[in-house]
Design a protein around this ligand. Structure first.
Ligand SMILES: C[S@@+](CC[C@H](N)C(=O)[O-])C[C@H]1O[C@@H](n2cnc3c(N)ncnc32)[C@H](O)[C@@H]1O
Length: 186
């Protein structure tokens, strides 16, 4: 188990966990899969689109995408990136994010562990929406507290949506009992 939220502790998960969902601390395959399918439902993917997966873990989300979508996974854990490259040799994984805009930016569970705050997440949303996203930004977080995790209220996510993309945003709480997904579109 991860005992803190640092690149080093996630490195240990990358090396020791048997499966992608264990490495990401999802507990079971179903919850990871349901989350990925909910994300796919909200992304309007077209052939040739670029997609950046922030906090990609072992990169399993890339398995759910058409080959025609140019996927880039990034993670602060170098060992997650090594494992992701090994498990998904046809996809791109990078420690540094290149300075360009992607059609879609997703962060699925990246900010779930304690230590993350609304202030930090607001700054992340503002910068990635304004500087890195062409069409859609999708954030999946916990909305119900759990041990060593942080929860974000759906009302706060809706407030972020109103501020950043008032004409097109949604908050989805329907796919899992503990999760919430904010989707911004332009
Ligand atoms: C709960 S796992 C989710 C992995 C993947 N998105 C999935 O759903 O299977 C969180 C991942 O985010 C990474 N992470 C956490 N905070 C990060 C940060 N500030 N920048 C980059 N990666 C981060 C961790 O190393 C870990 O691989």
């Amino acid at each position: 188990m991860v005992t803190g939220n640092t690149p080093e502790t996630w490195d240990r998960m990358a090396v020791h966990a048997g499966t992608s969902w264990d490495a990401a601390m999802w507990g079971n395959e179903r919850s990871q899969t349901v989350r990925f399918l909910a994300a796919l439902h909200h992304l309007d993917l077209r052939g040739g689109d670029t997609l950046l997966d922030v906090g990609c873990g072992t990169g399993r989300f890339s398995e759910f995408l058409p080959e025609s979508v140019a996927y880039t996974g990034t993670d602060w854990s170098k060992k997650m990136l090594v494992r992701a490259e090994f498990e998904h040799p046809g996809r791109t994984f990078r420690g540094e994010i290149p300075w360009w805009r992607y059609d879609h930016v997703v962060a699925i569970g990246t900010f779930n562990l304690e230590g993350n705050t609304t202030t930090q997440l607001q700054l992340w949303l503002e910068s990635f929406w304004k500087l890195r996203t062409k069409r859609s930004l999708l954030l999946s977080v916990l909305r119900v507290g759990a041990e060593r995790c942080v929860a974000f209220a759906p009302s706060w996510l809706a407030q972020m949506g109103e501020e950043l993309s008032p004409r097109s945003f949604l908050v989805d709480c329907s796919y899992l009992p503990n999760d919430a997904m904010l989707v911004l579109k332009r």
